[in-house]
Design a protein around this ligand. Structure first.
Ligand code: FAD
Length: 538
């Protein structure tokens, strides 16, 4: 077997392979490295994106996320075209031969170096290893994979004995010192800008035609067939780096959301904007105290952009430093900015867990002892369907699920409430809920989704203890005190006033055409505790 050339012969082009979590030109490490190499070698930079429907199927990707990907690729194509850099979008199946296909493109383009940001899912890691091996055998091509998904790369933060953290608080304590600039490296520094290719590349006989390649409008099997849904999702979640930047700036700014939202509002036309935040100041300033409220616009709503890499997590944290007096990173529990940065750290945490404990992405509970929990089989399909449709008869759960179905997004607290309800009240396997969220949410992200589901199901790292089961009615009072959120998404209850909005009496629910609860919470709670206490027993 031949080995890779340490210094491969200078090729005629450099390739950056963009992936689904990388959808940006600014502040992109692998792209910046590829660009710098192309400048050094005085050869053109080419950007490749390969659609892989079999991967989307394997990862339960939904039509909304795929549509968002394509829309972002359109924006990227225009940004790159201004720099005379072509974006070549193509599709490939079967997924098993993707590495061979990428290698064949490299050869066709006479490129000897490929750069990409790492993906931590098992199948994707295997794919990249195979590509590296093929490149090694070939002898003429070098592949460079770098860490760019997290602020601090997996493996850098570890316990004293070198293992990955499985509890968030000590993870956070170790993570914080890594944010400090050391030597030449500042972990939140922006990656260098992408340089322009010479305009003459457009005349090149091989590379010129790549500029004619367009981004497809859809991927078969992953389309939103309902035009109204397509329009609504597109209004809620505009594509592109500028849109992401604007959403971040609005979250950080003191101007009220409603005065600035305009056409880029992430709230759907179908969904009324919940009660305006009554107090003054920026949303990030109030984040510490108000972030759990569902009836106000309290969080950034950046998750679709972070999940798809339209904005880097670094850029988010970097932007918050400008708001602090010290111009340093605030990660304290006592301020809105600090609390928000701690939430961004949860994203790093779950990605580290995914990279270091790959079984979690393979359908296994992190806590193996929980593999034996007996899930409900009677009524399972009917109950699962009612949960998906927001017809469980528990208003806060139904509002959450209907928000997911309408907007493709949910607030964190309502994700926890709906997930806990599915796994504890209905005793339905968390993997079915995890799959539905991936298919439905525009921010579907394997690491955070799996982390959130395993937390709610008490099977994961740092999970909710199995005996601490959310009472959805108590939660409803806390996070939506006057029921404005419920009224927004459950129109049958729009006219209900007072506390009854949280738990409408049977007679009232019947009259309004609202379903009765599928299960009685107190009994369901005892059943869940019994089954979790002794996995394997009913
Ligand atoms: P903000 O409160 O503004 O937070 C800023 C960013 O920090 C978020 O955009 C996100 O990137 C990160 N973040 C915040 N909270 C968490 C968290 N608990 N875990 C990981 N990252 C976090 N997040 C996803 O991005 N994709 C998912 O598929 C996903 N599935 C989830 C499933 C369940 C059952 C649960 C409980 C949580 C899930 N989350 C997921 C995490 C969290 O709910 C969302 O990131 C958050 O609600 C997004 O809203 P935001 O952008 O306004 O968040």
């Amino acid at each position: 077997m031949k080995h890779a050339n340490k210094h491969p012969a200078k090729g005629e082009a450099i390739v950056y392979w963009m992936r689904m979590e990388d959808l940006r030109v600014r502040d992109n490490k692998a792209l910046a490295l590829a660009s710098a190499q192309a400048q050094r070698d005085s050869v053109p930079l080419l950007v490749l994106f390969v659609l892989s429907p079999q991967d989307y199927e394997a990862h339960d990707r939904g039509a909304r996320r795929i549509d968002f990907t394509l829309r972002n690729l359109q924006c990227i194509r225009s940004t790159l075209a201004e720099k005379h850099v072509p974006l070549y979008t193509t599709s490939h199946t079967p997924r098993a031969t993707l590495p061979d296909y990428v290698l064949s493109l490299m050869k066709e383009w006479k490129a000897t170096m490929l750069f990409a940001n790492m993906e931590y899912e098992v199948d994707e890691l295997r794919r990249d290893i195979k590509l590296s091996e093929l490149a090694k055998e070939d002898g003429g091509i070098t592949c460079t994979f770098v860490h760019d998904r997290c602020i601090i790369a997996p493996g850098k933060v570890h316990t004293k004995d070198g293992r990955g953290y499985t509890v968030y608080s000590p993870f956070l304590r170790s993570w914080i010192p890594h944010l400090e600039p050391k030597g030449k490296g500042d972990p939140i520094a922006c990656a260098p800008e992408v340089a322009a290719n010479s305009a003459s590349v457009r005349e090149h006989k091989v590379y010129g035609p790549l500029f004619d390649n367009t981004v497809p409008e859809k991927v078969k099997g992953f389309t939103m067939d309902d035009p109204e849904e397509r329009e609504r999702i597109r209004i809620c979640w505009p594509a592109g780096e500028d849109a992401a930047k604007e959403i971040l700036e609005r979250f950080l700014s003191t101007m009220s959301r409603s005065s600035q939202m305009g056409a880029v509002s992430p709230l759907s036309e179908g969904a009324k904007e919940p009660t305006k935040n009554p107090s003054k100041g920026s949303r990030i300033g109030k984040y510490k105290d108000e972030r759990d409220r569902l009836d106000a616009d309290t969080t950034s709503r950046l998750s679709p952009y972070l999940a798809a890499g339209v904005i880097s997590a670094r850029a988010c944290v970097r932007a918050t430093t400008a708001l602090t007096a010290s111009k340093k990173i605030d990660v304290s529990r006592d301020t809105g900015i600090g609390r928000w940065n701690q939430e961004v750290a949860w994203r790093d945490f779950y990605n580290h867990v995914l990279a270091l404990f790959p079984r979690v992405s393979m359908g296994r509970p992190f806590q193996e002892k929980m593999a034996g929990v007996v899930w409900e089989s009677e009524n399972r399909d009917a109950h699962l369907q009612a949960w998906k449709e927001g017809r469980t008869g528990v208003p806060i759960v139904d509002a959450g699920m209907r928000q997911a179905n309408t907007m493709g997004w949910m607030h964190n607290r309502v994700r926890m409430i709906t997930a806990m309800y599915l796994t504890k009240d209905l005793m339905i396997d968390w993997r079915l809920g995890e799959k539905y969220f991936m298919e439905t949410l525009i921010d579907g992200d394997l690491a955070s989704n799996n982390g959130g589901w395993q937390w709610s199901a008490s099977t994961g790292v740092d999970a909710a203890p199995y005996f601490r089961i959310f009472n959805p009615y108590t939660q409803s009072h806390k996070v939506d005190p006057v029921g404005e959120y419920i009224r927004t998404f459950v129109p049958e209850l729009a006219k209900v006033r007072g506390d009854e909005i949280h738990k409408p009496p049977m007679g009232m629910a019947d009259k309004l055409g609202y379903p009765r609860p599928l299960v009685e919470h107190d009994q369901a709670r005892l059943r869940a505790i019994r089954r979790y206490e002794k996995p394997g027993q009913e």
